[in-house]
Design a protein around this ligand. Structure first.
Ligand code: NDP
Length: 499
């Protein structure tokens, strides 16, 4: 089974189990970041389309077909989704790579792992069964998990299908219905994915997609009174707006936002592995990952040695077509993002940062029409500089020296963000001290970017709240109802004494 996308493709909203005619004439183009050509178009859904999608999701939520579906059957459904992804045999990875410029070899690996995510949550569908609070005989208190309701899943462009799946799989496993709003910059893989699920047995309306701009489809979905929860992954600025809108209606909100993660190397570390971890932490996906290790701290004793290795490797990273298996760094996802990154590099220069590698748009053979940035390493930076404080979301690393644990803990935690951190050391006691002291939702020791469906993922501070993955996310997508039952018999009690 394969899917293909062409310049004549125009994605309509996917509602009630199929594509429907959009209620708008507005159209958005998605551009191939490798060569600047138009890849496909999509409807820019507005309030009318979003209303139709939310109404469909509400109907499905309340339909006996979905509401009363045995949990084990929901699990089987998720397993069939996993099988369908396997049958697609990597073709969605190809679609996604063209769309956002991420390396095909990274996306193939990511998509190979996707069925495991659906199977993991398939397993939970009939195993998350609430609790019984111990009470004296004669009284029972049951905690019954229920779906939250209609979930709006708003996702970014850097790993669209994986990030959407992090929300879709647990939300469906717990009996919710979902309306997805993909990023205008990478919509195709999500549209092709839902279309490929046509015959897996999802009741109509359980999973819908409204393509379009953040300001139209995204805002309409965020503000729709029929939405019970917003699960958002994206930048901190949009996340704050969405949280404010959710607060206005007192609905639940889960936020996976940006980061400015420190990657810390102590002198006793395995320096080869640490240098690799620094390179992988910042240059994978051209730095367009929320957990990018964009602030590298090197202990003074090994500063020169590790910096030299990192700079030498950065200078030899192969840029090129992300569909080529030999390519190590693809373009960034769209032109406005390229301009934003180049602007931050220029301002870092102007503030006095020293360029140790890269520092410009890459315009070599085959790169000229694409949105390529040289792998860039800045030294001589100060903590107050924009390049050290703000998320670049591109292949740009800052390197700073440190003296001891207190020194580096203070520097690493001096950020509004708190998503992830890396620590490289052979000293187990030091590693454990650092994991306690770092103010980040994920701490990696002697590794970077390790993730799994069964492990909760999420940040602190301006990096958001709520967890994805693991048992933790099931609490996000359920509400717990407390049911009290009095089993006593005999004469009624004094009605004015509660207990
Ligand atoms: P944005 O915040 O701009 O967009 C994320 C999604 O929100 C997109 O679908 C976007 O639509 C939509 N959106 C934008 N404005 C609004 C609005 N006013 N109302 C409703 N929806 C809106 O982020 P990017 O797409 O630029 O993604 C990059 C950011 O995502 C980075 O900061 C990164 O750190 C973060 N991220 C976090 C992750 C995590 O797990 N913590 C993982 C991956 C990324 P459109 O694209 O059409 O504008």
């Amino acid at each position: 089974m394969t899917v293909s996308v062409s310049a004549s493709t125009r994605y309509a909203p996917y509602i009630d189990g199929g594509y429907v005619d959009p209620q708008t004439d507005a159209v958005v183009e998605s551009v191939n970041p490798t060569d600047g050509t138009v890849l496909y178009e999509m409807a820019d859904c507005g309030e009318a389309d979003v209303d139709r999608a939310v109404t469909s999701a509400r109907r499905a939520l309340e339909s006996p077909e979905w509401r009363d579906m045995p949990p084990a059957e929901r699990g089987r459904l998720l397993r069939r989704i996993a099988d369908r992804i396997r049958e697609l045999d990597g073709s969605l990875a190809l679609v996604e790579s063209r769309d956002n410029g991420k390396l095909i070899r990274e996306l193939r690996a990511q998509h190979r792992a996707l069925p495991n995510l659906y199977e993991y949550f398939a397993g939970w569908a009939d195993k998350f069964h609430g609790d019984v609070v111990p009470k004296p005989a004669g009284t029972m208190n049951l905690l019954v998990p229920e779906p939250v309701g209609v979930v709006a899943a708003i996702v970014p462009w850097n790993s669209p299908l994986s990030i959407a799946s992090n929300k879709i799989a647990p939300a469906l496993a717990m009996g919710n219905t979902v309306v997805v709003k993909p990023s205008e910059h990478a919509t195709a893989a999500i549209m092709e994915f839902v279309a490929a699920l046509e015959d897996v047995g999802l009741p109509p309306g359980v999973l819908n997609v409204v393509p379009g701009l953040g300001g139209s489809a995204g805002a309409a979905l965020t503000n729709h009174p029929g939405v019970d929860m917003i699960a958002f992954t994206g930048g901190t600025a949009a996340g704050r707006m969405i949280a404010a809108a959710a607060a206005q209606r007192t609905i639940r909100c889960q936020l996976e936002l940006g980061g400015k993660s420190p990657n810390i190397v102590f002198a006793d570390a395995d320096l080869d592995r640490a240098a690799n971890g620094i390179i992988a932490g910042i240059f994978a996906a051209a730095g367009q990952t929320c957990v990018a290790g964009s602030r590298c701290y090197l202990q003074r004793e090994i500063y020169d040695e590790v910096l030299e290795r990192v700079v030498a490797r950065a200078r030899t990273i192969r840029l090129g077509d992300p569909l080529d298996d030999e390519t190590e760094l693809g373009p960034v996802a769209f032109e406005a993002h390229l301009d934003r990154i180049l602007g931050m590099i220029e301002r870092a220069d102007a503030e006095g940062a020293e360029v140790a590698a890269g520092g410009a748009r890459a315009t070599g053979d085959g790169l000229r029409d694409g949105f390529f940035v040289e792998p860039t390493v800045f030294t001589g930076v100060r903590p107050e500089m924009e390049i050290v404080r703000e998320e670049v979301f591109g292949p740009v690393l800052t390197v700073l020296p440190f003296s001891d644990e207190d020194d580096v803990v203070a520097a690493a935690n001096d950020t509004p963000y708190g998503l992830a951190a890396g620590v490289w050391t052979r000293d187990l006691n030091r590693a454990m001290r650092m994991t306690r002291r770092l103010n980040a939702g994920i701490v990696w020791v002697n590794t970077y970017r390790a993730m799994a469906p069964e492990s909760p993922f999420g940040g602190f501070k301006a990096s958001g709240y709520g967890k994805e993955g693991g048992e933790a996310v099931l609490h996000e997508f359920t509400r717990s109802k407390s049911v009290w039952i009095d089993l006593a018999e005999g004469p009624a009690r004094d009605p004015f004494v509660i207990g």
